[in-house]
Ligand binder design. Structure first.
Ligand SMILES: C[S@@+](CC[C@H](N)C(=O)[O-])C[C@H]1O[C@@H](n2cnc3c(N)ncnc32)[C@H](O)[C@@H]1O
Length: 281
């Protein structure tokens, strides 16, 4: 437990998942400027290095990237040429539009303030607009932090920012290298993990799921749903009942529905006292 917690304490990682659309992000060219940007604390989404080009600076980039979970891919020169017409000198990086936040600090600070965390864990949501829309739901319905994996999720690009309607500047986003460890860590802290999945018989409408206490809601990817290794760690699994013939909802819609339930329970529990803190935008 000790080493795992230390990792969370270190926080302030930067890095990025798969980047389907890099072209809308600000770029840095050349290994020295990229390294300097990292050392200056810039949040990078992804780094492309020329395959086979090894030198002390690229070694340092790789070490820094590992420290902050920034994905590094080595690519042929054609890929770098495709990314930019500028003189890339064998290295291109994309700057993230947001700064990632340390989950441990958020969780401990909420507990210290006597608040019950409401977290949202996204297991490989790959569509940038789904991601933006989920962030908007999260901000509107009182989520304290969105947790995403370092790799395999949507890039936070201009489309995600736009679809979020500004929510991505308001809700902390925590990027975690290993969601399995993150889930175990949250469970150790007394946060219940609720898997929102169509693959269970327990209906959200049953009224047996209590999300007033510390809760992390886990949502699955558009393609495969929630990974089995995360699903088996969940304290509760719940489905949103569907009356039609289509087997599942869009993940952003499903997120909105379960968050509405969590928000409703929390508002009722607080005697609607929280309403006073919401400023209409
Ligand atoms: C489009 S669905 C995934 C469908 C995917 N084909 C599969 O095999 O799981 C994406 C995510 O939305 C959520 N979701 C969609 N419909 C749901 C429902 N009826 N009840 C609970 N969660 C749902 C789940 O988190 C799911 O993993």
């Amino acid at each position: 437990m000790e080493s795992r917690n230390n990792r969370y304490v270190s926080g302030n990682r930067y890095g990025s998942p798969r980047a389907p659309k890099e072209e809308k992000l600000e770029m840095i060219f050349g290994s020295r400027p990229i390294l300097e940007a990292m050392l200056a604390g810039k949040t990078l989404e992804k780094i492309f290095l020329l395959r086979g080009a090894k030198n002390p600076t690229t070694d340092e980039i790789i070490a820094e990237a590992r420290r902050f979970d920034v994905p590094v891919v080595t690519v042929p020169v054609e890929k770098l040429n495709n990314l930019t017409r500028k003189n890339h000198q064998g290295a291109v990086a994309f700057i993230s539009p947001i700064s990632y936040q340390p989950l441990h600090e958020i969780v401990t600070s909420l507990f210290e303030q006597g608040k019950s965390p409401l977290l949202l864990i996204l297991d490989r949501i790959t569509d940038v607009r789904n991601f933006g829309s989920i962030a908007r739901n999260a901000e509107c319905m009182g989520v304290d932090a969105i947790v995403i994996p370092s790799r395999g999720g949507a890039q936070i690009n201009a489309d995600a920012m736009k679809t979020s309607a500004g929510a991505l500047n308001l809700v902390p986003v925590c990027r975690e290298p290993n969601l399995k460890e993150t889930i175990d860590y949250l469970k150790d802290y007394g946060v219940q993990i609720v898997a929102c999945t169509e693959k269970t018989d327990a209906n959200l409408t049953d009224g047996s799921l209590d999300m007033v206490g510390p809760t992390a809601i886990l949502m699955g990817s558009e393609e495969d749903g929630i990974s089995p290794e995360y699903l088996k760690r969940a304290d509760a699994k719940v489905r949103i009942p569907l009356l039609g013939q289509i087997g599942s909802l869009n993940v952003s819609v499903a997120t909105g529905i379960i968050l509405y339930e969590a928000m409703s329970q929390r508002l009722r529990d607080s005697g609607y006292a929280n309403l006073g803190t919401f400023e209409p935008r």
